[in-house]
Design a protein around this ligand. Structure first.
Ligand SMILES: Nc1ncnc2c1ncn2[C@@H]1O[C@H](COP(=O)(O)OP(=O)(O)OP(=O)(O)O)[C@@H](O)[C@H]1O
Ligand SMILES: [Mg+2]
Length: 82
């Protein structure tokens, strides 16, 4: 992580991410829900990467999913957004 950046980690206690879904998590319009659009994570990834950050999704060994977002320092956000 760049100095002055931030790491945000979000975890849940759900069933975890299906093995077939893992490589497609951030693919636009990929969903396993009957009422999903498959846009939530694709939009997150697009916005985070636009400012020079990164998002990663995986399963926790204890169960449930974990998403880690690395954000660069704010000065770099501003440069990336110009
Ligand atoms: N916390 C989670 N636990 C298990 N699977 C998940 C989790 N978050 C996402 N997924 C899987 O990744 C897929 C894509 O998620 P994403 O948020 O992009 O779309 P969605 O939730 O299906 O639809 P939308 O966000 O557009 O309403 C989901 O359909 C689901 O299969
Ligand atoms: Mg969603």
């Amino acid at each position: 992580m760049s100095e002055g950046g931030a790491i945000v980690r979000v975890v849940d206690t759900g069933p975890g991410i299906n093995a077939d879904t893992l490589p497609r998590l951030f693919e636009p319009f990929f969903t396993t829900k009957t009422d999903g659009m498959g846009l939530g994570l694709a939009l997150c990834a697009s916005l985070i990467e636009r400012i020079g950050g990164h998002i990663d999704g995986r399963n926790q060994t204890s169960g449930g999913a974990a998403f880690t977002i690395a954000l660069p320092p704010v000065e770099q956000h501003l440069k990336a957004a110009q």
